[in-house]
Design a protein around this ligand. Structure first.
Ligand SMILES: *Cc1c(COP(=O)(O)O)cnc(C)c1O
Length: 386
């Protein structure tokens, strides 16, 4: 493999921007003309590098971006992103000037926050745009449907505020035919209708996340908020047959050291693995749990080296882990493997030759979801855009 890697470290995250582009276009193609696409690039674009991904998505049809924190919004603006940015939350009152200065819209559901935001907007000679969050049943953030009209009357007198959108978030958008989903959707559409009846500006109406966008086109409304799918990962098994996506993230490293320990020697903290035979090589890789490789994967994950899978062995350390290669292939079911050498490329997630390890595989092994796996790879690993 011809691989680019950073100068200072033999471990990195590769991000395939062409995959991001394709996935963005695939979602855009699901939307009726005129329906906008808001791309969720929170958590550093789910670990893929927020500014690079946002710029790629913008060229491929993204209309707006969603972040989770003020600093994530500021990073996008400093990186040159000019599209509208929604922060899917409130932030401390101390951050209001930053929101206004960088033109980051907060989600609004608390009148004290909303009015303070309006005040700062007027003081700075700006208009504080926001999206109204409605809690239709997830019990996370938002005004309750029954309170929405009254809430808006409570804040709408303020000339510093402008409602640019109204949204809710589904708890079960990935479940086909789900009663709770239908109830949330109905509550949301009824709330939007009530706001309109009261002559209140609702702005862009949006509720579908990735699974909603794929499975529930009847609720695309004015905009969809797509996240995980943009990175080529399926939010659930239910969506996989409906859209073809290309995973964008690979996690790779180079072998730091190789040994042939004597039979019975142990590997790693606690010596949880013992070398069973003399044809075993133990190779060391400079990625550990401080890089987001969960320690719970210890003795429970594979890597790919020279196009072949090998077992990770011993406990994963903070900065390193080890894997075993059997160059002997003594029994029929054990293929002899090409000896590993210092500098060989090791793939933790991604493709090498005919082998592939997906974020879903890693997620299943550590009993979580692909979202967490990709978010966990920390900033300590450089993102290399290919
Ligand atoms: C993260 C998030 C999204 C995107 O979710 P995906 O499942 O990744 O598509 C959409 N809306 C809200 C409110 C979110 O928090």
């Amino acid at each position: 493999m011809a691989i680019e890697y950073p100068k200072n470290r033999w471990a990195w995250v590769e991000v395939d921007l062409d995959a991001i582009r394709k996935n963005t276009r695939a979602f855009k193609a699901l939307l009726e003309p005129g329906v906008k696409m808001m791309c969720a690039v929170k958590a550093d674009a789910y670990g893929h590098g927020a500014v690079e991904c946002a710029k790629t998505m913008a060229k491929a049809g993204a209309d707006q971006f969603a972040v989770a924190t003020v600093d994530e919004g500021v990073e996008l603006r400093r990186g040159g992103v000019t599209e509208p940015i929604l922060m899917l939350n409130e932030s401390p009152l101390e951050s209001l000037d930053t929101l206004l200065e960088y033109d980051i819209m907060p989600a609004v559901y608390d009148s004290e926050f909303a009015l303070a935001y309006g005040e700062r907007a007027v003081a700075l000679g700006k208009v504080g745009k926001y999206h109204l969050a409605v809690d239709t049943g997830m019990t996370r953030i938002g005004v309750l449907p029954a309170d929405a009209v009254e809430f808006r009357h409570m804040i709408d007198f303020h000339r510093g505020l402008e409602c640019a959108g109204t949204f809710t978030h589904f708890a079960t958008a990935d479940v086909i035919g789900d009663w709770d989903f239908k109830q949330q959707a109905r509550r949301f559409m009824d709330t939007v209708e009530a706001l309109r009846q009261a002559n209140l500006e609702v702005g862009l109406v949006h509720c579908d996340n990735t699974p909603g966008t794929i499975l529930h086109p009847e609720f695309h409304n004015d905009m969809c908020r797509v996240g995980i799918g943009l990175y080529g990962l399926q939010p659930a098994e239910s969506t996989a047959p409906r859209i073809k996506l290309t995973p964008a993230m690979s996690v790779r490293a180079r072998v730091l050291r190789v040994t042939n320990p004597a039979v019975g020697e142990g590997v790693g903290y606690g010596l949880t693995y013992r070398v069973p035979k003399s044809s075993i090589q133990i190779a060391t890789v400079p990625i550990g749990f401080a890089d987001g490789l969960a320690r719970s994967l210890s003795n429970n994950m594979d890597v790919i080296v020279n196009g072949t899978r090998a077992r990770q062995v011993g406990r994963i350390c903070m900065d390193q882990f080890m894997f075993a290669v059997d160059t002997g292939g003594a029994r029929a079911y054990e293929q002899p493997t090409k000896p590993v050498e210092k500098g060989d490329v090791v793939t933790l997630i991604g493709r090498d030759g005919d082998e592939q390890i997906t974020a879903d595989e890693m997620a299943a092994r550590r009993d979580t979801i692909n979202y967490e796996v990709v978010c966990n790879f920390s900033e300590r690993l450089d993102r290399i855009f290919v």
